[in-house]
Ligand binder design. Structure first.
Ligand SMILES: NC(=O)c1ccc[n+]([C@@H]2O[C@H](COP(=O)([O-])OP(=O)(O)OC[C@H]3O[C@@H](n4cnc5c(N)ncnc54)[C@H](OP(=O)(O)O)[C@@H]3O)[C@@H](O)[C@H]2O)c1
Length: 404
């Protein structure tokens, strides 16, 4: 709350923009403006406004205003010689989902280039991933592409079987892949009939990480980590997280009923479909899952469980479903107006740090970075850190993916 109050006091121009957008009533939602519905512009402005927030976050940090920050490190170098104080002679083995573009690819590149990691690129489009790896100059001996479609639980299980058969150890798992469908008017579904954003971003990763935990436990690597990429947009303790539609899981009635959109709502809270909200809800599930993993398994296994907000990476494919105007304005707006731009390369280095930097070994942390690229432990919103909700999401998800 302190964070919100501080940011609120330094973002008056931003707030007036939000207020103006927030006044649009549902009846104006379908009004067409230069060939695009107002709701599409709302989505675009919502996302653009999140850039302002990031910029203001940075200014707040500069002024020492952000109370959420608890510890900071200014050592972005990855893979020092002695992770967690113990040396290892072999390369680390890391699986990164969605490594065919954006943050996942940049992270794969950073880790592969260090010469200390073999990256398993877990991707739905094998050829695209192979081409992407080559296009960024990754050496063949530093990566393997394996097929994984998170929108199919069968594919997740098949991936795990194939990975086990490969005989590789598993030291770090990075759940990075995501879909974002802010302009979708109707829900689409995974192979098992779950709404696509939550089905892919949360349920697919939930099953993957649960069944791979055993392999991580077997690893002799001294610093085992499970990382689930989060987002500022799912955190309502920030102004970005307060841009409508806000993340809200409610009493989980939609998740409990299976998110199938036929007899039940495709949304976790049981409400009407909203693609932008479904993405934000899925990110809350990602962050809750990381903490539930930490509570259930950290002490017993020694595995570090973390999440992060890598910064706003305006150029990635995440925005591919957005309106053309948004895709055109988003990167320059962030680069030149809010100055909140984070390049894919920089974001990749940040995630690579969470994979391998000994100074980021604390478990249960949601990492963020300030303008000097120094990492700090950030605070999650009330909902994204709700212990009881995390337990319920875990138990309902177990049933949906067939683990309970
Ligand atoms: N961009 C940002 O500003 C930002 C900010 C905060 C957090 N994040 C998070 O960063 C992560 C990466 O996003 P990004 O910005 O790098 O977007 P991106 O470039 O679109 O990358 C998303 C990746 O997910 C993959 N993917 C999508 N559906 C999949 C499925 N069913 N099975 C397997 N892989 C699938 C995509 O594969 P294809 O290449 O085949 O499409 C792609 O490789 C996400 O978790 C996102 O929430 C991004």
């Amino acid at each position: 709350m302190a964070l919100q109050a501080h940011l609120g006091s330094i973002t008056a121009p931003t707030l007036s923009l939000h207020k103006k957008e927030a006044r649009w009533s549902p009846s104006t939602k379908e009004t067409v403006f230069f060939g695009t519905s107002v709701s599409d512009y709302q989505a675009a402005i919502s996302d653009l406004s999140s850039l302002i927030i990031i910029s203001n976050n940075r200014r707040a940090l500069k002024r020492g205003c952000v109370r959420a920050q608890t510890t900071m490190t200014t050592t972005p170098a990855i893979n020092r010689a002695a992770p967690e104080g113990k040396k290892t002679l072999r390369k680390g083995s890391v699986i990164i989902t969605g490594a065919s573009s954006g943050l996942g690819l940049a992270t794969a590149k950073a880790l592969a280039e260090s010469g200390k990691w073999h990256v398993v690129m877990a991707c739905r489009d094998f050829l695209k991933a192979e081409k992407a790896a080559r296009s960024v100059g990754m050496s063949r001996e530093n990566y393997t592409v394996m097929h994984l479609d998170l929108a199919s639980l069968d594919s997740v299980r098949q991936f795990v079987d194939n990975f086990k058969r490969s005989g590789r150890p598993l030291d770090v798992l990075v759940c990075n892949a995501a879909v974002y469908l802010p302009t979708a008017k109707e829900p689409t579904f995974t192979a098992e009939g779950f709404e696509l954003s939550v089905g892919t971003n949360h349920l697919g990763h939930f099953l993957l990480s649960r069944i791979l935990l055993e392999d991580m436990q077997k690893s002799d690597y001294p610093a085992k980590r499970l990382i689930i990429v989060g987002s500022i947009t799912g955190n309502t303790n920030t102004l970005a997280g307060n841009v409508p539609p806000k993340a809200y899981l409610g009493d989980l009635r939609g998740l409990s009923a299976g998110l199938n959109g036929t007899n039940t709502s495709p949304m976790i809270d049981g409400g009407d479909f909203d693609g932008a909200k479904a993405y934000k809800d899925s990110k809350v599930c990602n962050m809750l899952t990381m903490q539930e993993f930490h509570r259930r398994y950290h002490e017993e296994t020694g595995i570090t469980f973390n999440s992060l907000y890598p910064g706003c990476i305006a150029t990635t494919g995440l925005f591919r479903e957005h309106i053309p105007l948004f895709r055109l304005l988003f990167p320059p707006f962030q680069k030149y107006i809010t100055k909140g731009y984070v390049s894919e390369e920089e974001a990749g280095k940040r995630l690579a740090q969470v994979v391998s930097d000994p100074s980021l070994s604390k478990s249960g942390v949601y990492w963020s970075w300030n303008k000097d690229s120094a990492s700090f432990e950030n605070q999650l919103s009330q909902e994204a850190s709700d212990v009881e909700k995390a337990r319920k999401v875990w138990e309902l998800s177990e049933k949906l993916v067939g683990l309970a």
